[in-house]
Design a protein around this ligand. Structure first.
Ligand code: PEP
Ligand code: MN
Length: 332
């Protein structure tokens, strides 16, 4: 059960009263409006809590309420640096799967910027499926990404995989990515909820839409209101593609969530020639952003070689996306 308060001012009066009866009641971070979760409350208590002064409403069950329209009826755009996700313009996040050398990253950043990308991505902590695969450059890679981002004027996005890296990374980059393999890492999500930095939350490839929204609520309930969702493909019986882009889930998220939704066609396809088709479908369907892996020598890439677009094809893709964006009353 979730008790929704009118304002932060009500916490002091309402929480002690509820705790007398329900000692396990938890005040959820700095969520706005403030929420009190009652993990073990009996449904018959709902009426009593709803009648308390300072209580806006009581919601039975534990469904996601902050990432959905349960409490707020307006979509929630998220600003990352000067770029707005969830507005009329569709920001494109582009860059290599893994950052490798400063020279290449600088070249790529300049190339994707000229093609129209407005944020730079690059993995430095890679949560790889195999322990023997390249694990990323770590701190050095994050620093390199931040420096190149500053030099090119592009906000930067990178994945954080460990709680111990959250604090310094939150101060170093413009947006922290939670990878598909970490979507259920509740300790990481809770910690990200306490940061001022926007979070790009990728859907686990075996996770439902409802689970993604619940994961988003973990971050939002901690008080960090800037969460962007990312559909990046799920595992299906199809073996001809790396993952399956789940347009049905995207449509469902568009209806259910007030958060911006980015589509990652690169991981959904796993194969560069398939990326443009999915990207175009995503823009036509109303994506609030795209995340595309770009590398200038894919065979030399340290991870995800097959799916990286070269700067030329990336630029051509951007050109084909613009009229599609215009057709759905967006810009790109
Ligand atoms: C990535 O963005 O490079 C990545 C590892 O993505 P995912 O977590 O979706 O696999
Ligand atoms: Mn990748």
């Amino acid at each position: 059960m979730i008790v929704v308060l009118d304002s932060a001012a009500s916490i002091e009066t309402v929480l002690p009263i509820i705790r007398q009866v329900a000692p396990r009641a938890v005040l959820l971070g700095e969520a706005s409006p403030p929420l009190i979760a009652l993990p073990t409350a009996a449904p018959e208590q709902a009426e009593a809590w709803a009648a308390l002064p300072g209580v806006r409403r009581v919601i039975a069950g534990d469904a996601p309420v902050l990432s959905t329209f349960a409490l707020h009826d307006q979509p929630y755009p998220v600003d990352v640096g000067p770029m707005r996700f969830g507005g009329r313009h569709i920001p494109v996040i582009a860059g290599p799967c893994s950052v490798d050398t400063p020279e290449r990253l600088q070249r790529l950043a300049q190339g994707v910027k000229e093609a129209g990308a407005t944020l730079l991505r690059g993995g430095a902590f890679k949560g790889r499926t195999s322990p023997y695969a390249f694990q990323g450059l770590g701190r050095e890679g994050v620093t390199m990404l931040a420096e190149v981002g500053r030099a090119t004027g592009l906000p930067v996005v990178t994945e954080v995989i460990s709680e111990s890296d959250v604090a310094w990374m939150a101060e170093t980059v413009d947006m922290l990515q939670v990878g598909a393999r970490n979507m259920h890492n509740t300790a990481l999500l809770k910690l990200l909820g306490q940061q001022p930095t926007p979070v790009l939350l990728k859907r686990g490839f075996g996770s439902t839409v409802d689970e993604l929204l619940r994961a988003a609520d973990y971050v939002l309930a901690g008080g960090n209101s800037r969460v962007i969702l990312c559909e990046r493909g799920i595992r299906s019986f199809e073996r001809g593609v790396r993952f399956s882009f789940d347009l049905s889930a995207f449509a469902k998220l568009k209806r259910e969530s007030r958060l911006p939704i980015v589509v990652d066609p690169s991981h959904a396809a796993g194969d560069a020639p398939l990326v443009p088709t999915i990207a175009r479908a995503a823009v036509a369907a109303g994506a609030d952003g795209l995340l595309i892996e770009v590398h200038d020598a894919p065979p030399e890439a340290l991870s995800d070689q097959e799916q990286a677009l070269c700067p030329g094809p990336f630029s051509e893709l951007m050109n084909t996306l613009r009229p599609i964006a215009a057709a759905v009353n967006r810009t790109l």
